[in-house]
Design a binder for this molecule. Structure first.
Ligand SMILES: O=C[C@H](O)[C@H](O)[C@H](O)COP(=O)(O)O
Length: 225
């Protein structure tokens, strides 16, 4: 199976976690996009969604799926999203698509986080994928110095084909930290959260996934944490 076929398989499997009549939190990225396309087929069963990015909101609306502002929503049964890396204990790196802050916010309201990922995302130790950190633009340089002191190599994410900083849906910039071996994800998440100027770090460890639907050549495996 191709990587896209594995992503489609987990997106289909995630429909079993959709709760009828409820609001569903929806992630961002290529795997989440497959999920949105599956969700469209059963859209009449749900009340609506909360989106973790402008891109996801546009895709949901394109399918005629209602998108609520998070401020109008008190509870959410489930949040369904991809990951860049996930461990056997449900800790994740996210933010390859720059949506980490809204993803973390929406996920924090949901009762359950269901991660959908192809098998290549499962790792023993997080950090081979560069760790995204969203920052307030004026704090970019001082945050980069503090991230370097943690042992990684911070790089400013730029818009493809330019030298200009990539700007997120929140007006922030993204620093990708290369070369970390994250043996204690909860501690590192707390440490980076303490740096003034950081909006959010793409480590989802303190509140990681509750379930991971992992696409493999032998079918979709369900990991629970
Ligand atoms: O910001 C983007 C998100 O965290 C994505 O969930 C993550 O990058 C995985 O994306 P994909 O499903 O495209 O591999």
């Amino acid at each position: 199976m191709t990587q896209d076929e594995l992503k489609q398989a987990v997106a289909r499997a995630a429909i079993d976690y959709v709760v009828d009549g409820e609001i569903i939190g929806v992630g961002t990225g290529s795997t989440a996009n497959f999920f949105i396309d599956e969700l469209a087929k059963i859209k009449d069963r749900i009340k609506g969604t909360v989106a973790s990015s402008e891109a996801t909101a546009a895709r949901l609306r394109g399918h005629g799926i209602p998108v609520f502002d998070l401020n109008e929503v008190e509870s959410m049964a489930v949040y369904i999203d991809g990951a860049d890396e996930i461990t056997n204990s449900g800790a994740m790196i996210k933010g390859g698509g720059a949506a980490l802050t809204r993803e973390k916010i929406v996920a924090s309201v949901a009762k359950k986080f269901v991660c959908i990922a192809d098998g290549s995302k499962l790792v023993d130790t997080l950090g081979k994928f560069p760790l995204p950190v969203e920052v307030i633009p004026m704090a970019r340089a001082c945050v980069m110095r503090q991230l370097a002191a943690l042992g990684g190599e911070p790089r400013l994410r730029v818009k493809a084909g330019t030298q200009d900083a990539y700007i997120t849906d929140n007006g922030g910039e993204i620093i990708d930290v290369v070369g970390l071996s994250i043996t204690d994800p909860v501690a590192l998440e707390e440490q980076i959260n303490q740096i003034v100027g950081v909006i959010a770090v793409g480590l989802f460890a303190k509140a990681g996934a509750n379930v991971c639907l992992l696409g493999t050549g032998e079918g979709v495996k369900t990991l629970t944490f």
